[in-house]
Design a binder for this molecule. Sequence first.
Ligand code: BGC
Length: 397
Amino acid sequence: MLECQFPKNFLWGVAISGHQTEGNNLNSDWYAWERQGKIMDGNNSGRACGFYHRYQEDIDLAKKLNLNSFRLGIEWSRIEPKRGEFDQKEIQHYRDVLLYLKKNNFKVFLTIWHFTLPQWFAEEVGWEGKESVFYFCRYLEKIIEKFSDLVDFWVTLNEPTMYVGAAYLINIWPPQKKSILKTIQVFFNLVKAHKKSYQLIHQKIKNAQVGIAQNVVYFHSPARSPIDKQLSWLFNHFYNELFHLLTKKFHDFIGLNYYYAYQVTNIKLAKKIRRIIVRSLRKKDLRVEIYPRGIYRLVKMFKKYKRPIYITENGIDDSTDEKRIPFIQETLKWLNQGLKENVDIRGYLHWSLIDNFEWQEGFEPRYGLIEIDYQTQERKPRPSAQIYAEICRENGF
Ligand code: BGC
């Protein structure tokens, strides 16, 4: 008898994104922005992990880990490198990747947008632009037409509120247009984009499963002073639920990306709010706390929406690989507790299969179950990969 047994048909998987792994994403806004010397370790995404050409090798590795599901992203800037011009070769490339996943019996979570934009869209429209939703939906229609037979779960947007904050509020991501007005415009355009995408996918595909991979953070107040407790409550609901509330009827499943929590302790209110926003966006900040229990609180919070929950990302930056397995086990233990309390949790996708390009932090953070040697592009499974594989095979631990 296992200590943590998961339900039959539970999905075990990994998540990756296009720009972070593929390499040479030449027509994207990130590629252009990186060339302005913005990346912390000085290493631009460049050829990244070479997933674009090595996808078969990586999918084979995932198969060896006994996984039954795989989340990946496609790059809009490859598919539509110029406004209105769709690249058939790139579409075929992604079809080949998806076909290979299907051939290996993976359930596929396809992310339509994971932070990067075609350069033309970034320059001429931007998410703040009135026509942004129109262009996004036009691209999505192409995706539906070409890939609908190969996708099980549609993830329209990855972490919309994370993007809004990082790109328009604290100014650490392109387009670095710090402005409250634009923050609001982008936020509401993303809300609209998701709703329209949901409708479009459902018009074309019967019984489609559509959702968002939402960034969630747990705020807790160990000091338990009344003001800390109230603030934690407020932040938990405001930060984690606002986007969901505004798109409430447009989710067939709830996708949660959970990494960390942070403590709300006794500091002055104004400072506290600022710190919390900044810390939650600058994840590298050491004061961020790794707190697996937070996932339990969060799934319980989302239970009221009565939709199946998938953990669409969860992982840890750990080059030593010493913390990864305790972290995964502790997280799974708390998810299991949620299941015992009747929260409908259906899957866990670990971030990530391989080390990858961690946005403004470059290649230094190491999130992979599999290590990448960026000189040789060699893949070396870490010990944690084997243990995770056993958990997936046994459906628990
Ligand atoms: C993002 C990923 C990123 C991960 C780890 C998530 O918020 O969706 O793209 O790699 O965090 O930093």
